[in-house]
Design a protein around this ligand. Structure first.
Ligand SMILES: O=C(O)CCC(=O)C(=O)O
Ligand SMILES: [Fe+2]
Length: 318
């Protein structure tokens, strides 16, 4: 069971305005160092960030509730053949979990169609989600740049960290019994990194390197950043791809929101040569992200523990 306090993961206050204004300042480099240490030692950190107004977050969760209340046949209009995109209905493995993945969050058309299902002029709902996505996208780009700068790679072509934002809106039903129940099985994310927040109903747990589960209770101003498999691979294993899950107890349903940094189609994920040396030999071969995702979604991939899938796919045997 997860401990209720999360003293065990670092909280980093983003006391800066934007990468354009602050990059290069002492404060920027100080934050870069903290971000790098957190990503290496924990694979995650709490982002204390005032730039995204709590009101916008609350409005986005209100749109979420409206979307999930739609009849199933309307939600199913958003099914998407790509793995883990579009509408995901509850399954046997995760019966409490339901989500909408908006492939390119800036694919305004798919979002517009979805919000029009709420009401013919779902314009306000549409604008709310777009505005939240823009803010999360900016935050995602800032963290990317901090990671690059933290390794002194910010001036190098950063194409390997280029990503699109997959916005995922998630709902978890309250468990039917009073038991502490798994609502989303433990896994590592596959892209570069994920920014998450919830509607103040906690449930997200992360596993520390020494195997303890820590339950996060985020404040209305906080987000959490999780390192995912492709960023771990890019950093040659220096950054830790953190295992996480959702556990729930009690009568409240839970809503959460994630901005997933997904490498662009056709991206080759490679360990940076500056991060490979005698002490840190290369641990993974270069791999095509899209092919990795196909493997991950295949029967063969699914039979492997989530945190081992990337090693099964691209590991260098020693
Ligand atoms: O809902 C959450 O807080 C976590 C969701 C998650 O881990 C995922 O969708 O990959
Ligand atoms: Fe996840």
């Amino acid at each position: 069971m997860g401990s209720d306090s999360h003293d065990q993961i670092p909280a980093i206050a983003f006391t800066i305005n934007s990468r354009e204004v602050d990059r290069g300042t002492d404060e920027w480099y100080h934050l870069c160092k903290m971000v790098r240490e957190a990503c290496e030692n924990y694979g995650c950190f709490e982002i204390v960030y005032d730039k995204i107004p709590p009101q916008l977050r609350a409005e986005t969760f209100s749109v979420s509730r409206q979307l999930f209340s739609l009849p199933l046949e309307k939600k199913k209009k958003n099914l998407n053949p790509k793995p883990y995109q579009g509408y995901l209905a509850p399954t046997v493995q995760a019966p409490l979990y339901e989500s909408f993945g908006l492939e390119e969050a800036f694919n305004y058309e798919s979002l517009r169609c979805l919000t029009e299902e709420i009401s013919p002029n779902g314009h306000d709902q549409f604008c709310t989600v777009i505005s939240m996505t823009k803010q999360l996208d900016e935050l995602k780009d800032m963290i990317n740049l901090m990671i690059l700068d933290s390794y002194g790679l910010g001036e190098k072509s950063n194409s390997t960290l280029q990503s699109k934002t997959l916005l995922r809106i998630m709902k978890y039903l309250a468990p039917p019994s009073k038991d502490y129940t798994q609502a989303l099985p433990a896994h590592t994310d596959k892209g570069l990194g994920t920014i998450l927040c919830d509607d103040q109903v906690s449930g997200l747990e992360v596993e520390t390197k020494d195997g303890q589960w820590v339950k996060l209770s985020l404040s209305p101003r906080s987000f959490v950043f999780l390192v995912a498999d492709s960023l771990m691979a890019w950093s040659n294993g220096r950054m830790h791809s953190v295992k996480h899950r959702v556990m729930m107890r009690g009568e409240k349903e839970r809503y959460s929101l994630g901005a997933f940094a997904v490498p662009l189609e056709g991206s080759i994920i490679k360990a940076q040569k500056e991060l490979v040396d005698k002490e840190h030999p290369q641990i993974l071969k270069d791999f095509d992200y899209t092919d990795f995702i196909k493997f991950f979604a295949s029967d063969k991939g699914r039979a492997i523990d989530p945190e081992k899938q990337v090693f099964a796919y691209a590991g260098i045997s020693t």
